[in-house]
Structure formats: C-alpha cells, structure tokens
Design a protein around this ligand. Structure first.
Ligand code: KG4
Ligand code: ZN
Length: 335
C-alpha cells in the first residue's frame, strides 16, 4: 500500500510517499526560509503563494522518484490544520482534488499528529502508550498518548511556544531566521555560566510551561550587554540551556506522574542537539526510553503526513468530498 502525503501548513512544502512494506520511498521538500528571512518571520500571504508554485512540481517529482503511476497510490493524505489558513487551503484543496481526480480516498491529517507519529518512521519505534513532548514553532505541549487518536493534554505553554521563543530571541540577537538552528550554532561558542536565565514555572506544580518571560529576559540582557559576538554567543547559550532544562524538568515530572516509561519528543525543536542530549541522559539514568524522529523529520515534512495518512487509512478515517481547513484544531479533539 502506498500513501501520498502533502504538507503545506506553514513555510515548508513537503511531499512524500509512504509504502507499508518499504517505508518512505520518495520525498521532496521545499523550504521557504529564504523568502521569509528578509522579514524575520513567516509572511502568511507569501507562504500561500509559494505553496501554489511548488506543490504540483513536488508531487510530480516524488511520483517520478517512486516510479509510481496514479493507480499505484492508495490514498492522498494532506495536512488540514492547525496552521496558517491560506497555506493550509492550498494543500487541502490540491490534495482533496487530486484524490477525487485519481478516484482514491482522501485523508485529512492533523499536523501535530504527523509530528507525534514521526518517530515511528525509525527502526526503533515507540509503542503505545507513551508520553509525548511536542515542541514546534506553534506548539509546546505534553500529551499522554494511549493509542492513535487518544491524546490527553497534560500541560502546555501558556504563552509562546518554545520554537517561537527561539525565533524571537534570535531576532533580538540579530543572528538570523529561523532562530532555533541559529541559537544552537551561536551557543556552541558561548561561555558556560556567563549568564544564567530563569527556568520558568518549574517551581509551580503542574505541567504547564511559559516562554515569553525568557524572551523578555533575553531582551533586557542584550540591552545591558556590549553587543559583541562573544556576548551574543553567551546569551544564546544561557537561553538555550534555560529552555532545555525547563522542558527536561517538565518531562521528568510528567513521566513520574503518569508512570509511563516511554517518551516521544517531536516537532521542530526536537532537532535541538542540546535538548536531545539532555533528555537522553536523564531518561537513561532513570530507565526510561526516549524516541525522536531523525533530524530531517523533526521540522515540517511530507513524510510524517504520509505516515499519519497510512495509520488513518488503516483506521478507516476517510474524508467526504467537501473539504475543510482549520487554523486552530486541538489535538485532544481527535478520535
Ligand atoms: O515543527 P516545525 O518545523 O514547524 C511548526 O510546526 O511550527 O518547527 C519550527 C520551529 C521553529 O521555531 C524553529 O526555530 C525550531 O522549530 N527549530 C529549532 C531547531 N530547528 C528548528 N529549535 C531549536 N533547535 C533547533 N535545532
Ligand atoms: Zn510543524
């Protein structure tokens, strides 16, 4: 069985084909980073227009890579939300129409379910149940996952998502966009202990998080500093350590609270090396297992949508002809 997956929820056009016997057999990704970097963040209308330009050529490219004809494809899966509504509508309209034209079932995929299932594309796959930390540019959430579509939200960021905090802090430091990879790179040259940032909400009970205060703390530290490259690196390091520590503390608390033994970490920020090292260290010491997607599947991609489509196909979750995109869509509302 082969599922074509389409992702257009933000600034990446991703297309891939998942085969139930061979795994991901074709994939193509076009990142709009260059287009948006001039503005220091994603410009929604430009994103939609670029998806329109790139989607059809990318679908043609993966079909060619897989040596597949339309009749070889069993269903078309596309991200239906959450995300930028214009960008989503490009993928949803195209995906639903393609499924109709090919006379195949269509599958509307929740973007965060795509992220959450992405570690299952690796050889060492997590089995249900597990705890999931979803850390992206739009979401920072901790879920208790009992099975496909059974997602109980245990805690989330009350303000900025972790990725958003990386992006905003990088903008303040004037070190580039997207902020996550830029901060990580600058942090490598940082002096440990030069600055210490707070670990927000760790002294409060519960699993909610908050990252907007860290961004303000960074702004004040930058203002008081000398603006040198070394100071930027020192601030990048202190900021990154604070985000990583805070996420690790909340994960440990959630694992203890739920009694779960497996932790899945996914979403763009799960590509962060320091976060992966910290969580691997801490979970190993306590006998837990931790699972991540490979770095290229941490950020947005078509492969995770094709895979989620495969799981949804097996569960019989087919879409009617009418299509819909949702800018906001709580993961806990899935079934
Ligand atoms: O999952 P994603 O590609 O898109 C959303 O669904 O939001 O996540 C993008 C976010 C951006 O905020 C980006 O700065 C962050 O992931 N990110 C990282 C790293 N790579 C991407 N954050 C920290 N460290 C990284 N290496
Ligand atoms: Zn994403």
């Amino acid at each position: 069985m082969k599922i074509l997956g389409i992702e257009t929820s933000c600034d990446e056009t991703g297309v891939a084909i998942f085969d139930d016997k061979a795994g991901i057999i074709a994939q193509a990704l076009y990142s709009q980073i260059e287009l948006h970097s001039e503005y220091g963040g994603v410009v929604p209308e430009l994103a939609s227009r670029d998806h329109i330009r790139k989607l059809l050529p990318l679908v043609q490219e993966v079909m060619k890579q897989a040596l597949a004809k339309p009749e070889d494809i069993d269903a078309v899966a596309y991200t239906a939300g959450p995300g930028l509504i214009g960008a989503l509508l490009v993928g949803v309209g195209f995906g639903r129409a393609l499924a109709y034209g090919w006379n195949k079932p269509a599958l509307a995929i929740h973007h965060m379910e795509g992220h959450l299932l992405a570690p299952m594309l690796e050889t060492d796959k997590p089995e249900f149940p597990f705890l999931a930390l979803l850390v992206s540019g739009g979401h920072t959430q901790i879920y208790q996952v009992a099975g496909l579509g059974q997602y109980e939200l245990l805690g989330e960021s009350l303000d900025d998502a972790a990725g958003e905090a990386f992006d905003k802090t990088a903008k303040l430091l004037e070190i580039g966009y997207p902020g996550g990879p830029a901060i990580s790179e600058w942090a490598l040259k940082g002096t440990p202990g030069k600055y210490v940032f707070p670990r927000p909400m760790v002294n409060r009970p519960g699993l909610d998080l908050s990252f907007s205060g860290l961004k303000t703390f960074a702004a004040n530290t930058i203002r008081a500093g000398d603006g040198s490259d070394q100071t930027k690196a020192d601030i990048a390091l202190a900021f990154e350590q604070a985000v990583v520590d805070t996420l690790a503390i909340k994960c440990k608390r959630a694992l203890e609270q739920t009694g779960l033994k497996r932790l899945v970490v996914a979403g763009g920020v799960s590509a962060n090396r320091r976060l992966r090292e910290k969580l691997s260290e801490e979970t190993k010491a306590r006998g837990y297992q931790v699972y991540y997607p490979r770095p290229e599947f941490c950020t947005d991609n078509g492969a995770m949508i094709a895979y989620a489509g495969y799981r949804r196909f097996q569960a019989g979750c087919f879409e009617p002809l009418a299509f819909n995109a949702k800018a906001r869509w709580p993961l806990a509302n899935l079934s």
